[in-house]
Design a protein. Structure first.
Length: 112
């Protein structure tokens, strides 16, 4: 799959708690198929430690991208959990792209 932000061809599969996500080895962005983000935000911090790394790249933050699954244009939506995070969501497959460092922001802002 192709990264929707840096356009690298290096999305690598990563399995956590029976959920498989795809991470860009270049910009640390993460692709979540429908419902996976919610599942992983509900996990214990130790279980998702590998997703909580990476920093935000300002140059990529405002860039629009295409869905790595179906190539449709991703919609940019403010997160209800953390207003500083803008999710890139696919209206077709319901997948979500988070830029590097955004999973950590959402994880830190979640309610216990």
């Amino acid at each position: 799959m192709k990264c929707p932000k840096c356009e690298s061809e290096t999305l690598v599969g990563l399995k956590l708690e029976e959920v498989a996500v795809d991470r860009c080895s270049s910009c640390d962005g993460i692709w979540f198929d429908a419902h996976e983000l919610g599942q992983l935000l509900a996990e214990d911090a130790k279980q998702v430690a590998s997703l909580r790394r990476g920093g935000v790249r300002e140059a990529l933050g405002g860039k629009k991208g295409n869905c790595p699954r179906d190539a449709g244009e991703l919609l940019r939506v403010y997160s209800a959990v953390e207003k500083t995070v803008i999710l890139d969501a696919c209206p077709e497959c319901r997948g979500i792209w988070l830029d590097g460092g955004e999973f950590e922001k959402l994880f830190a802002a979640r309610r216990p």
